[in-house]
Design a protein around this ligand. Structure first.
Ligand code: ADP
Length: 443
């Protein structure tokens, strides 16, 4: 600034001397005035260029000037550069923040004070059946028409959550959503959505399960209470008393079987996966199961009936690694089912075979009544029975195949059911090669 002032005075003095030399009466005044005028015009022109540069916001290409204007441009450029970097940083942070909300498994909707959608992530759009771009600034209650949501939205306090039906992907799949409103900023609201379909399903399953267990226990209990009342109120002779006590023992046994199966199921669900290195001899396993099955078969045989024909086969040279009790439970459930559902004179064949890919297969086939195809996918559900009275009559709990399925899942194997009405059934267990221990090459 100082050098520029000195420079201005110098050029004014030079111009005044030159003016005086040309016209001694007023030339020096014109000379000095001309320098001032020229300097002002030059500065105005430079100012104009700088204003244009700032207006176009082109920080990278500043006008080239020297002196005080050059310094000024340089400083401005640095300030603008810093501001630009700061803005870029803020924008990046905002983008990262929005990406994080986009990645959230929960839906997020930002509502303005009038309840219009200012922004929502893809999950919320999917949950509520909206278009994240098209539906911006639409009123949320115009888009989410569930009456439960409308009631929740218009209530004064939004403590807790509301469970509404979400937009289903298909007719078969219903979606349950938990929605929650939270106030923030100046009368703005945050709407959070969460898919609770599996929780709702688990809840419904738990309720069904409790209802089923209560029902299963209530039936024999009612029968037993009836017998107890009869024994208390009637003066029965010894023979009749014994008959009633036998019938009561059957009902007590039924309850015991049910409780045992429930305990097995809960242990299967709660315990760690079976070890891979506990070898189980198939011969040993099958000899126990065979004597159980033969006992069951003869116990259900009435006079003059043809006995069932039972075939058992187990390889000597193969062992399975897994939990002995669990495998016994799975295999005996299938064999006992075959014995229980096959009429007298029927044939039951159980065998083991090694598959070409080194997996081990156990199958039990019978010549029983068979199962209609519509029941097959549901057979492993707890308490699912094709014929309720038949199952109960033969001492079934309705939990056998659910236990088999669980055991197979825990051993990394699978259960296959093939059956045709009137033509018998075949139940197959397939164990992974990792659980097969071969003692010799041939089985
Ligand atoms: P349950 O204790 O009633 O036998 P399970 O879970 O073992 O229960 O079997 C479910 C249902 O599958 C049975 O109620 C029965 O209707 C059917 N089922 C199972 N095994 C056979 C079979 N070998 N032949 C015909 N039906 C069978």
């Amino acid at each position: 600034m100082f050098s520029r002032t000195i420079g201005l005075f110098f050029w004014m003095a030079v111009a005044a001397v030159a003016g005086y030399w040309l016209n001694p009466s007023s030339g020096h005044i014109w000379g000095a005035f001309f320098v001032c005028f020229f300097t002002v015009i030059k500065d105005l022109w430079k100012g104009q260029k700088i204003t244009q540069w700032l207006r176009h916001n082109n920080v990278k290409e500043p006008p080239q000037m020297g002196g005080i204007w050059g310094d000024l441009i340089d400083r401005m450029r640095r300030i603008l550069n810093e501001q630009r970097k700061q803005t870029q940083n803020e924008e990046q942070k905002l983008q990262d923040f929005l990406l994080a909300i986009q990645a959230s498994p929960n839906g997020v909707v930002l509502l303005d004070p009038e309840g219009r959608i200012e922004w929502c992530n893809q999950t919320a759009a999917l949950h509520l059946g909206m278009d994240a771009k098209r539906d911006l600034m639409q009123h949320v209650v115009h888009l989410v028409r569930d009456p439960v949501f409308k009631k929740y939205y218009s209530s004064e306090s939004h403590d807790g959550e509301a469970i509404i039906d979400g937009r289903s992907v298909s007719l078969q799949k219903t979606v349950k959503l938990s929605v929650q409103l939270h106030s923030y900023g100046e009368n703005r609201q945050l709407l959070l959505t969460r898919d609770v379909t599996t929780i709702a399903q688990a809840d419904a399953m738990r309720r069904d399960f409790v209802a089923n267990v209560s029902h299963e226990i209530r039936t024999p209990l009612t029968v037993m209470s009836g017998f107890i009342e009869t024994l208390q109120s009637l003066n029965l002779d010894k023979e009749e008393r014994e008959r009633y006590l036998d019938l009561m023992a059957v009902q007590a046994g039924r309850m015991q079987d049910l409780v045992n199966d429930l305990l097995i199921l809960s242990q299967l669900e709660g315990s760690t996966l079976p070890a891979i290195n506990e070898p189980i001899s198939l011969q040993g396993l099958m000899s126990g199961i065979e004597s159980e099955a033969r006992g069951l078969s003869s116990s259900q045989l009435f006079e003059n009936e043809t006995p069932q024909i039972l075939h058992f086969e187990a390889p000597e040279s193969v062992q399975l690694s897994g939990a002995n009790k669990e495998l016994h439970s799975a295999v005996s459930n299938l064999v006992n089912n075959a014995v229980r559902y096959t009429p007298s004179g029927g044939v039951i064949t159980s065998s083991w075979s090694l598959l070409p890919d080194q997996r081990m297969q156990f199958s039990v086939s019978d010549t029983g009544p068979g199962i209609a195809s519509e029941h097959l996918p549901r057979l492993t559900e707890r308490f699912y029975r094709v014929d309720r009275s038949r199952s109960r009559e033969s001492g079934g709990t309705g939990l056998g195949l659910a236990i088999v399925k669980h055991v197979m899942q825990r051993h990394g194997g699978e259960l296959k059911i093939e059956s045709e009405l009137g033509k018998g059934s075949k139940f197959t267990l397939i164990f992974p090669a990792s659980r097969v221990i071969l003692e010799t090459e041939s089985v």
